[in-house]
Design a protein around this ligand. Structure first.
Ligand code: FAD
Length: 384
């Protein structure tokens, strides 16, 4: 067992840190705030130009062949500067990784280099109005007709669909299958497809998720992703685990902890000691989460797709974010509810208090993560 980073990893951290220092500018945040978006196309293009979008993919598919510890370092350093990485996540982690895991050679060669060059972005649409945590209850229908698929139904809460080029959609292709887990397939659907309407839904975080209405949306056969009717196996074995492991926010937690420490440092109030202890406790847990994150990255590099650990890192970091935002309001008092650059911590506490549900619910709620950990990590029977 070796806990040290290699020279390559250390050098890479330095490169990303320097990039983050110079490229994550106040103008980027002002622009996103104005557009009500968590995505910044110009910044995403700069990440792609450095070869960091899909860096973990083989070179033949547009990647750099780097290991997943590089991806952890990249996320940490950029999150530490609050950099916008959302489309990197939806395109690379949700969609691209699924294409790598179970796509055809044609799909890999078409999608991955384009995602890596920043020319194509993706979103992942599983959830439906009547199929949230019980996602396998999905009803969006795909019927085969004349060599293509015709999609009808509705999706909801799709992050990033408003500006994605493709939406990876889970659809029911065999409604007569004996169980709800059978007869599901995945499709890569161009967002510009006739019959597909994307309606943004504003969240308390200020960003949008989306509702999509599919009315006779025609999808060519080659955009069926993975084996027909076997989609649920791929979703649970790969896609959801990639998603959960990929949305952990360790860099963000480290940064918020550091900023609050500087404020507590100068505080002389009677509660300052208690806040100091709470912050110290959080730091201990954040460091444990950080190392769990490195282990998850390492497991992926060994060719494993860890189900329990992916849920652990997701629920752990989301709930730590909730707790640190909560502590932030104690530390900052009413000032923690102020918005804008002039507010303490540039209004970030107020923002995290508003947007915490994004982190808690996206990728599956904490209850669902705990169900998965109970089953896959503790060997308890599956919930009925
Ligand atoms: C900001 C945001 C972004 C999202 N992005 C995407 C996306 O990009 N793509 C996508 O497909 N989906 C996305 N989702 C959906 C998300 O992944 C959740 O799975 C979904 O929101 C949960 O469904 P629901 O909201 O209908 O809650 P419900 O499933 O109705 O759950 C309600 C409550 O019941 C609890 N509950 C439900 N079932 C169980 C159970 N078996 N055991 C214990 N407790 C249970 C839940 O934990 C929750 O507290 C997003 C959601 C949000 C809020």
């Amino acid at each position: 067992m070796d806990f040290a980073f290699s020279d390559r990893h250390r050098q890479f951290r330095g490169e990303v840190r320097e990039f983050a220092r110079t490229e994550v500018t106040p103008e980027i945040f002002a622009d996103m705030e104005r557009r009500g978006s968590e995505h910044h196309p110009g910044f995403h293009a700069r990440l792609a130009a450095r070869g960091w979008v899909g860096m973990q993919w083989p070179r033949e598919y547009g990647g750099q062949g780097l290991d997943n510890l590089h991806v952890s370092i990249f996320n940490e350093e950029l999150e530490y500067r609050f950099a916008p990485l959302s489309r990197c996540r939806t395109s690379v982690v949700f969609v691209g990784q699924s294409v790598i895991a179970f796509g055809s050679e044609e799909q890999k060669r078409h999608f991955l280099p384009r995602i890596a060059r920043g020319e194509l972005t993706g979103a992942w649409a599983l959830t439906e109005p009547d199929a949230g945590s019980d996602a396998a209850a999905l009803r969006l229908r795909a019927e085969h007709s004349g060599g293509e698929w015709i999609l009808n139904g509705e999706k909801i809460f799709t992050s990033g669909a408003q500006d994605a080029d493709y939406v990876m959609v889970a659809a029911r292709t065999d409604p007569k299958a004996p169980s709800k887990y059978a007869g599901i397939s995945l499709f890569l659907v161009p967002r510009a497809s006739p019959g597909l309407t994307v309606r943004p839904i504003r969240t308390t975080g200020g960003w949008s998720v989306n509702q999509e209405i599919f009315e006779d949306v025609r999808v060519p056969q080659w955009l069926l992703l993975g084996e027909q009717n076997k989609g649920w196996q791929n979703i649970t074995r790969y896609t959801l685990n990639f998603e959960r492991a990929g949305i952990a926010r360790t860099g963000l937690l480290l940064r918020l902890g550091d900023e609050l420490a500087r404020i507590v440092e100068g505080a002389a109030s009677p509660g300052a000691r208690q806040m100091r202890h709470e912050l110290a406790q959080l730091r201990a847990e954040i460091m444990a989460a950080r190392w769990l994150g490195y282990r998850v990255a390492w497991l992926y590099d060994q060719g494993q797709v860890p189900t329990a650990e992916s849920s652990m890192i997701k629920v752990l970091t989301a709930e730590l974010l909730e707790r640190i935002a909560d502590l932030g309001t104690d530390v900052l008092g009413w000032a923690g509810l102020a918005r804008g650059e002039q507010a303490p911590m540039a209004g970030r506490m107020e923002f995290f208090l508003r947007s915490i549900w994004f982190h808690l619910v996206g990728g599956g709620t904490p209850d669902i993560q705990r169900n998965i950990i109970a089953q896959w990590g503790l060997g308890l029977p599956r919930e009925p």
